[in-house]
Unconditional design. Sequence first.
Length: 253
Amino acid sequence: MIDYGGEKEKGFMERRECFGSIEEMTGSNGLTTVRTRPECRDCGDFRGCLHQNKQRAEEEKERDELRKQDLITQIIDISHLISNDIGSCMLEFLNRIYNSPIGMVLFKNLPLFYEIPRNANTFSFTIPISPSMVELMEGNAAGREQAQNSSGVSRQGKGKEGFYLRIIVIQGHFPNNQKANIGLIAREVARLFSSDPTGIRQILQTLDVTEIGGFRKMETEQQIGWLMKRWGFQEELEALKSEMVNLQAAISK
């Protein structure tokens, strides 16, 4: 039997209360840094602590992926679409947007899409919120609360933040132009988030510190275009602009 000796043996056999608190942070430049505490330098559990954190991050990523797919399925089921073009474009948009910087914010929201015929003067719709949807929303809220508690971050002032139902109305689309249709959807989502204080606050949570000041100074239309580029819809934005120019030209004739 090996004698490690007194306090050393006790420290080796018993993990500290902070075990699993080491964090790997990936910045906007793609570089990864490790956030530790001063006492980590002399801790014999450093490797195990880092491994524990990685395992927890992987498990959380898997849970987020399942929540994302469940939420996308619910959005498609509840949304009202009258064309296959918009349906397929919406599915691609949702899969891409949940993997963009705004993905973390969308778990606090339920975006529903309703397509209206271009020549319709009025339109009404019903939103069926099923028990499974309520469970999904409550599960997202509980998951965020658990993540905040486990990270040790203070929840003061955040505990009352709710789950937001956001309606995106699409009137008309561009046949045989998938990029323009995705651009149309992305534009309406960007407009929705940039048109109210809660949406702005949620967007700011996804931005780097260096971007916040410039974003706040922009007019609403500038924010919409900037957000579309930031979320990775630059090509779709250009395709939408091109279609809008063509549409205006056709109307002017």
